[in-house]
Design a protein around this ligand. Structure first.
Ligand code: XMP
Length: 514
């Protein structure tokens, strides 16, 4: 295992991801980790970048015991400056100008193991501080026009530093550099594969749950919860109980589809609860988006707990575990180094279910990124359609009906959404788009149908492309496609007089309208 010590860079998690692309397993811990308390012995260590200046008071530093592990170390950006600063505080200072963006790497030392098969390629810079002197025992192995010390090495100790970010794809040969470090320098084994992951995870679940205990978990019809549920089914069979709550604001045919796929198809022990009326009556008169979210979250917990109480293990004992489809990005959120004074936050699970129900948590996907979950889903024979499904928010159509959520309004939004998605699939665009949906606006507009004047509502279509949902851009459709969707919606959905397409990026807009 390669240990990544996180100094708070926005790219830290990408290091782990790149390493996994060539089957090397890595784990991330905050840079302040005490080395005597490391949960494993690393074969090599990477110091990530970070937003601080090493010489500033209060900036984060590693436990110096790390050097007594006598394993190779690679410092990236702040991580490199940290290595130099520990050697001598005079080694690092502010550069004359910030350097952000592409630079061309010149490898000076062709024998350096870190730069094997790397030369003259573009690398990505993002820094203000830089090395002013070489730390003792180091030599320069690579430069760029603006960075005299773009790559430095202490070959005897196998300690390396690079000023640029090899983990981002803009560093064209970045992956080769990381591979050189992990595989050639550290000798890390390349045995992390999804197939191995399935076996290891199933064994881990079996050991954790034991021979008799039972597990419950909510499924939503989305990729993550379905993959997590299928993994549980493989591990402990019918001792896993899935609960699907129809909250009245799901997509068209959702409940039928979930039942067909999970219960009939995947053989998962599934309880379906129709709680639509309960949710909708709670939402009556509510227009504030955050209030809608809160009501739906709380009602969900209430309904889930009630149903869970009726599911009793055969031996009359209590359910012991709760399954959750937490992914690695959520975990990172809780372990990343946020700053010297900030406490590390614990990640939230679905509305505090565990606290109320005194359940222990199982999170089989906590090491995986979204695309890895999709790959896992394919290996677990989950239908293609579901594996590639767009994300859908917990509060569902309630935050896509702007203003008050009534059954009539939900129906309009749902029908329009169904047509939009159907056309996207027909046009072969579904997988090119990260998320698409229809929102119903609480304004009326005049139209004409036949010889009749109409006065009905407006549908806003939204389709975005994104890699992480933090930033997003709107998807460029061909005019003929939009024409067809608009015509179908106005003709087939009662209550809609006009269709618009949302051409706002995130930021400044969010993906959802509420
Ligand atoms: P925004 O609107 O914040 O959306 O740009 C980013 C992503 O998050 C989803 N989203 C939610 N998911 N509960 C969820 O489970 C919510 O309250 C919620 N709000 C937004 C949204 O669909 C998009 O994928």
């Amino acid at each position: 295992t390669i240990l990544v010590l996180d100094f708070g860079s926005q790219y830290s998690h990408l290091i782990i991801r790149r390493l996994r692309e060539f089957n090397v397993y890595a784990e991330m811990l905050p840079c302040t980790q005490k080395i005597s308390e490391l949960p494993f012995t690393p074969t090599g260590v990477i110091f990530s970048g970070g937003p601080f200046s090493v010489y500033e008071e209060g900036s984060p530093h590693v436990d110096k015991e790390i050097f007594n592990l006598n394993v190779p170390i690679l410092g990236i950006c702040y991580g490199m400056q940290e290595l130099a600063w520990i050697d001598n505080v005079e080694n690092v200072a502010r550069g004359e100008k910030r350097e952000y963006g592409p630079a061309t790497l010149n490898v000076q030392d062709k024998d350096c193991a870190l730069f094997k098969d790397v030369d003259h390629s573009q690398v990505w810079m993002s820094h203000h501080d830089k090395l002013h002197n070489l730390p003792s025992g180091f030599k320069t192995v690579a430069t760029t026009e603006n960075s005299q010390f773009a790559g430095v090495a202490n070959e005897a100790k196998k300690i390396y530093g690079i000023q640029f970010h090899p983990e981002v794809t803009h560093s064209v040969q970045g992956k080769t550099i990381l591979k050189n470090f992990a595989v050639n320098v550290c000798g890390a084994t390349q045995n992390w594969t999804m197939e191995n992951f399935i076996d290891t995870e199933i064994n881990r679940i079996r050991t954790l749950v034991g021979p008799t205990a039972e597990v419950i978990g909510a499924v939503s019809g989305g990729v993550d919860s379905t993959v997590a549920a299928k993994l549980m089914k493989e591990a402990i069979g019918d001792r896993f109980h899935a609960i699907y709550v129809d909250n009245g604001v799901m997509r068209k045919n959702e409940t039928i589809t979930v039942k067909k796929t999970l219960d009939d198809g995947l053989g998962i022990n599934l309880t379906v609860v129709d709680a639509g009326e309960q949710f909708l009556s709670q939402l009556k008169g509510v227009t504030d988006p955050e209030k809608k979210r809160k009501i739906i979250g709380n009602t969900f917990i209430h309904v889930f707990e009630k149903v869970a109480a009726d599911i009793k293990p055969k031996d009359g004992s209590e359910i012991e575990f709760l399954l959750q489809g937490t992914l690695y990005p959520d975990v990172i959120e809780s372990i990343s180094f946020k700053g010297p004074s900030q406490t590390i936050k614990t990640h939230h699970n679905v509305g505090g279910l565990t606290e109320n129900m005194k359940l222990k948590l199982i999170e089989p996907l906590r090491e995986l990124f979204k695309d890895e979950v999709r790959h896992l889903g394919q290996l677990l024979d989950i239908p293609e359609d579901l594996v590639w499904r767009h994300p859908f928010p917990g509060p569902g159509i309630a935050i896509r009906v702007l203003g008050e959520v009534t059954p009539e309004q939900v129906k309009i939004a749902r029908e329009a959404d169904y047509i939009f998605i159907e056309e996207i699939k027909k046009a072969g665009l579904y997988r090119k788009i990260s998320q698409a949906f229809a929102a119903l606006l609480p304004v009326k507009s005049v139209g004409v149908m036949g010889d009749q004047r109409t006065y009905e509502q407006v549908i806003a279509l939204r389709a975005i492309e994104t890699s992480d949902f933090m930033t997003a851009d709107w998807f460029v459709f061909e005019a003929a496609f939009l024409k067809k969707v608009a015509s179908r919606i106005v003709n087939e959905v009662d209550g809609v007089a006009r269709v618009t397409y949302d051409i706002t990026s995130k930021p400044p807009a969010t993906v959802e309208w509420e």
